[in-house]
Design a protein. Sequence first.
Length: 99
Amino acid sequence: MTRTLEWTVGVELVEEDGRTKAEARLLTGNSALTGHGSARCNPSDVDVPAIGDELAASRAMRDLAGKLMREANREMEAVGAGTVPQHTGPGYGWPEAVS
């Protein structure tokens, strides 16, 4: 069975007083998740707004990814799949079969 989905991620950036805040929103069609991130310019550094945008956006997307992973873990546990223990794998997915 082939299945195709399209999920939309939008990132909104706001810069004010040397601080950039980002909000990343994932819309799946069935649910929505939001991640947050921020960055600030060190007063002794040259102000390059694009760098603040990239840092804040990447932090918001990392926060969003963590929330999505936690949701997937909850859903896997609900169907009896569980999660891979941290010391034996990346902390997600189906446990590998032992040969």
